[in-house]
Design a protein around this ligand. Structure first.
Ligand SMILES: Cc1ncc(COP(=O)(O)O)c(C=O)c1O
Length: 411
């Protein structure tokens, strides 16, 4: 790591209050908010308290902030401003895209076996609501890009109308070969909708280079923005093909009040934005995205994966522990997962917090504990986590802890 990068990550850590008392390893769920983001949210509240939310001054400020947010978001994703809608979260963005497509009975929908319910359940609903034929591509954490591409190649055929999957899996932590899958899908006439819950603020994303049709991301994970917001990219020439599922004034090109004249909005991305949004949250997200853009997308990605490599070295040495996220560099990300023989993953994650002030989560599908490494994390936190996991692997979790954990989970 260069001195300049080390200084930048140290500054970010200093600006992230939770790191003073905790090893916060959970950006894959909700990232640690920094002071500049919180300050921007407070300033927006103060502005509205002082001037009134609909005063000229507050409205002008809000408009300027909105314009800045959209420009920063477009820059982050490699898109045009006219291709970005502001949503409530990733799942909402995925729903807008999946349910907006005109799917018919018998149309094929392809997804993968390592999806979060936020992507998987909308895929199931295409089957129950539209009569789509759902195919689930089996993916394993050890698969390289070639094996994943081959698996998608076997599943996508000329009847496939939609391919829906995450660029980074929440359950294996692996990076999928998105660009190659998009090429394959498009060659067979299918649209590609991406669940980017684990990507924005983590892996560099360039939606135009990838060629995707729609790509949904959240504010609150790796971007460390406030919760309750997300972004949906839809490629400009495809916007008209997605019918908005929830509609308000922005989904009308023109209308009268008598039920006679109504023209739906077709080409404006804002047709997907239903109505009023939380302005303090928008202000926070604008700063979070600016922070990420200024940090440098590649530098962030490099640092997160360096921490993952470091963790692999530490956890590999622990008897009874198996790393369940990728151990190959071409699919490695900032998500690190491991299984501990004889120790329940959910209980272990809870014990790490109770015993070591280490905040992380478990993933039931693979009986694993998941650590998310962000630029505000340091190697010493990984050492500390590995030491506690080694203790749990050799001696098990303390009986009194297990009793209280079981009582709490049963309650
Ligand atoms: C891959 C994936 N998709 C969707 C979600 C849900 O995200 P959101 O809360 O932004 O809807 C998550 C959350 O962990 C996720 O990891």
């Amino acid at each position: 790591m260069s001195d300049a990068d080390a200084a930048r990550w140290a500054e970010r850590r200093a600006q992230t209050p939770v790191t003073r008392d905790y090893a916060y390893l959970n950006a894959g769920w909700i990232g640690a908010m920094s002071l500049p983001v919180a300050d921007a949210m407070r300033a927006q509240i103060d502005l509205e308290l002082t001037f009134g939310a609909t005063s000229r001054h507050a409205m002008d400020e809000r408009m300027a902030m909105n314009t800045r947010l959209r420009a920063s978001a477009a820059r982050m994703l490699g898109a045009e401003v006219e291709e970005i809608a502001i949503t409530g979260n990733t799942t909402e963005g995925v729903n807008i895209a999946v349910n907006g497509l005109a799917l018919e009975p018998g149309d094929g929908v392809v997804t993968s076996s390592v999806e979060h319910p936020g992507g998987l359940i909308p895929a199931y609903y295409t089957r129950s609501r539209r009569g789509a034929e759902l195919r689930v591509v089996q993916v394993a954490a050890a698969d390289g890009p070639g094996a994943m591409l081959e698996a998608f190649d076997r599943a996508i055929d000329d009847r496939t109308k939609l391919v829906l999957f995450s660029e980074i899996s929440y359950s294996t932590g692996q990076l999928m070969p998105l660009g190659a899958i998009v090429e394959l899908a498009h060659a067979r006439g299918a649209s590609v909708v991406v669940d980017g819950a684990q990507t924005a603020g983590h892996v560099p994303v360039d939606v135009h280079a990838l060629g995707v049709d729609a790509y949904a991301v959240p504010s609150h994970k790796w971007l460390c923005g406030p919760s309750g917001l997300g972004l949906l990219y839809v490629r400009r020439d495809r916007i008209a093909d997605f019918d908005p599922i929830k509609v308000g004034g922005r989904a009308a090109a023109s209308f009268d009040y008598d039920g006679n004249a109504f023209e739906p909005q077709r080409d404006a991305i804002t047709k997907f934005e239903v109505s009023t949004m939380s302005s303090p949250s928008l202000a926070g997200l604008a700063v979070a995205i600016d922070q990420y853009n200024e940090a440098g997308h590649q530098a962030v990605w490099d640092r997160m994966r360096a921490l993952n490599r470091y963790a692999e070295q530490c956890f590999d040495r622990i008897e009874g522990v198996t790393v369940t996220s990728p151990t190959r560099d071409d699919t490695r990300t900032g998500l690190f997962l491991f299984r501990t023989e004889g120790v329940d993953a959910q209980a272990l994650a809870a014990w790490l917090q109770a015993e070591g002030r280490i905040i992380c989560r478990s993933v039931k599908q693979f009986e694993s504990v998941r650590l998310s490494f962000h630029v505000y994390n340091i190697e010493e936190e990984i050492d500390r986590t590995a030491a506690l996991v080694a203790r749990a692997a050799s001696a098990g979790l303390p009986a009194d802890f297990l009793a209280s954990f079981q009582a709490a989970t049963e309650a």
